[in-house]
Design a protein around this ligand. Structure first.
Ligand code: COA
Length: 385
């Protein structure tokens, strides 16, 4: 067995999976073999979730049934609302989300199935937990927008799709069809991405047979960092800092001279432009045209991308999914600190698919280390230190 240490486990296979695949040279991401570009155009989030969880595109009947289960699980118990109401509004929404999702487990239980050790075969349990978590996470994120501003949250509606209900609860008014279409496509695009950091965290936690609420809470914490899902918020801050398209080149020179990263650029897996960034860029144009203008941030992003291609392209560093998603959400009127929670309400589908896959053939994760510390030595008494 090789004991070579590879920082960041780069290129080290940590599992076998049939959920999604990436061709980093050609810029292709596929869920269960279906190209993400086609799914973003033709599928819905509800259908994509079933594809990820069950492995195949569902029949109309199965999809309708799943859709109505999701609609039926949108409401939150008032005690969870009370927890949310008591959280400081200055905290990051990802901290609120992690806390609230972890607390869901105290209300919905189910650990006994896991500790029986037969959980991997109990598809009803896995399915019902998946529905509860996916449906309620969107509710939690939308509710927080009102709770943190001192208002009562807006009740979910069961006559709207997952994306439309989320926007309705977030903004308090029924979204335009284009806004729903764009949010739905964003949820499809972010739903799964092989064994990234948060998915790996979910798998490690799953392998201990922790409850699915704790598995998802572990993944939420991991997604929060700026090197992972937190980058979309930084992109918008960066573009505002640049100010206008004409400043982009000088800003980049300065940034690279100081050895600093360009947010939303680069990816361990892609050596070309992330296919999700390409779709998001098109959606951004569609949205801008519907509003009658393209934002200054978007124009700055286009010029910065050109400049980066020249400077960072030779290193295989191109826009990733976060480069355009934040600008798009900003244009749709969403607060920057809600971008990563929106990423999470989509990625939860992939996390749960990996939870299910992990349970189907589980062995606890327990890697090894290369010890670089002292040899075993005698205790030093206080007087001798
Ligand atoms: N800005 C500037 N340079 C970058 C860069 C970026 N965003 N991303 C990578 N590079 C450079 C590195 O400095 C390194 O250069 P070197 O070979 O001269 O030292 C080279 O490209 C390889 O990058 P490396 O850091 O080894 O890649 P990684 O696979 O370890 O890291 C990321 C991947 C995503 C963490 C990294 O690209 C990054 O920090 N990006 C910005 C954060 C971000 O957008 N994250 C969201 C990911 S979806």
């Amino acid at each position: 067995m090789s004991s070579e240490y590879l920082p960041g486990l780069a290129g080290v296979p940590a599992t076998k999976s049939n959920i999604s695949s990436i061709d980093g040279e050609k810029g292709i991401l596929a869920y269960r073999g279906y190209d993400i570009k086609e799914l973003a155009e033709k599928s819905t989030f509800e259908e994509t979730v079933l594809l990820l969880l069950d492995g195949e595109l569902p029949s109309q009947g199965v999809l309708d049934d799943f859709d109505s289960q999701l609609r039926g699980e949108r409401r939150l118990k008032y005690k969870i609302r009370s927890i949310m109401k008591n959280l400081p509004t200055s905290g990051h929404p990802m901290e609120m989300l992690q806390t609230s999702v972890a607390s869901l487990g105290m209300f919905y239980g189910g650990e006994e199935v896991l500790s029986d050790g037969i959980c991997g075969n109990d598809l009803d349990y896995i399915h019902s937990m998946s529905v509860k978590i996916i449906s309620r996470m969107a509710t939690i994120v939308a509710m927080w927008e009102h709770v943190r501003n001192g208002y009562d949250p807006i009740e979910p509606r069961d006559d709207l799709s997952h994306a439309a209900n989320f926007l309705y609860m977030l903004n308090g008014k029924e979204p335009e069809p284009l806004a729903t279409k764009i949010m739905d496509a964003c949820l499809v695009l972010h739903a799964e991405h092989t064994i990234n950091a948060s998915t790996f965290a979910a798998m490690v936690c799953s392998s201990t047979l922790a409850s699915p609420f704790l598995v998802i809470a572990a993944a939420i914490g991991t997604l929060a960092g700026p090197l992972h899902g937190g980058a979309n918020q930084r992109v918008v801050e960066m573009l505002r800092d640049i100010g206008k398209p004409e400043n982009a080149k000088d800003w980049l020179d300065n940034q690279l001279a100081k050895d600093k990263v360009v947010w939303g650029m680069g990816h361990r897996e892609y050596k070309t432009k992330d296919p999700r960034a390409t779709v998001l860029q098109k959606l951004m144009v569609e949205w801008g045209e519907s509003q009658g203008n393209l934002s200054r941030e978007f124009e700055t992003a286009l010029i910065l991308e050109e400049a980066c291609e020249e400077r960072l392209g030779p290193k295989g560093v191109y826009p990733n999914v976060d480069y355009y998603s934040g600008i798009l959400y900003t244009e749709m009127g969403i607060a920057p600190d809600q971008f990563t929670p929106i990423f999470a309400i989509s990625r939860v589908a992939g996390w749960l698919a990996h939870w299910r896959e992990q349970l189907s053939d589980n062995r606890i994760f327990r890697p090894t280390q290369i010890y670089t510390g002292e040899g075993v030595r005698g205790y030093t008494d206080m007087a001798q230190r």
